[in-house]
Write a protein that binds this ligand. Structure first.
Ligand code: SME
Length: 157
C-alpha cells in the first residue's frame, strides 16, 4: 500500500470509516509492533489533528511511553495514577470530559482539556494503553471508543 493517507472531512463516524481500512492496509503484513503503533499514531494525528495521541506499554509494573505524536510527554506512569494508570488498574476505557475534574490527572501539558484512554488487553492482562488528549473540553465520546477499539483490534500485541 502507498504510504500516504487520504484525509477526509465529515462527521466523526465518517472519518473513522475512512481511516480504519487505511490503517488496516498500513499494518497488514507488517509484524513489527513498534512500527505499527507509530503509524497508527501518525494516521490518527493526521486525520483528527488531536493534541496528543500515543501508547504507553506495561513494563516492570509501570506504564512506559511508547510511540506517540504530539508534544513530549511524561515517560513513566504508576498503576492507579492519572487517567492512564486508572484505565490500567481498572482494565476499562475512561472518557474524561474535563481533565481538571479528574482526581490525580497527570498534566503532561496544561493545554490538554479532555482525554480518552483505552486499555489494551493481551491474554486477559493489560498490555498497555492508548491515550488521546484534546485541547478542547468534552471532545471524546462512545463513537471514539468504538472507532479506536476497532483500530486497536488491527494490531497484534
Ligand atoms: N494525562 C495522562 C498522562 C499522559 S499524557 O496526557 C500524554 C494521565 O493522566 O494519565
Amino acid at each position: 500500500m502507498a504510504e500516504d493517507l487520504q484525509i477526509i472531512k465529515g462527521d466523526k463516524k465518517t472519518q473513522y470509516q475512512s481511516l480504519i481500512p487505511q490503517i488496516e492496509g498500513l499494518v497488514t503484513g507488517e509484524t513489527d509492533l513498534v512500527a505499527n503503533m507509530a503509524n497508527v499514531c501518525a494516521a490518527l494525528k493526521e486525520q483528527f489533528n488531536w493534541f496528543w495521541v500515543g501508547f504507553y506499554l506495561v513494563k516492570n509494573e509501570e506504564l512506559v511511553l511508547a510511540p506517540f505524536q504530539g508534544p513530549v510527554a511524561c515517560t513513566r506512569i504508576q498503576k492507579g495514577r492519572g487517567v492512564c494508570g486508572t484505565a490500567w488498574a481498572e482494565a476499562k476505557t475512561l472518557i474524561v470530559p474535563d481533565v481538571n475534574q479528574f482526581p490525580g490527572h497527570i498534566a503532561c501539558s496544561s493545554l490538554s482539556q479532555s482525554e480518552i484512554v483505552l486499555p489494551i488487553l493481551k491474554d486477559g492482562v493489560v498490555f498497555g494503553v492508548l491515550d488521546v488528549d484534546s485541547e478542547h473540553l468534552n471532545h471524546f465520546d462512545e463513537e471514539d471508543e468504538q472507532g479506536l477499539t476497532q483500530i486497536l483490534a488491527l494490531l497484534q500485541f
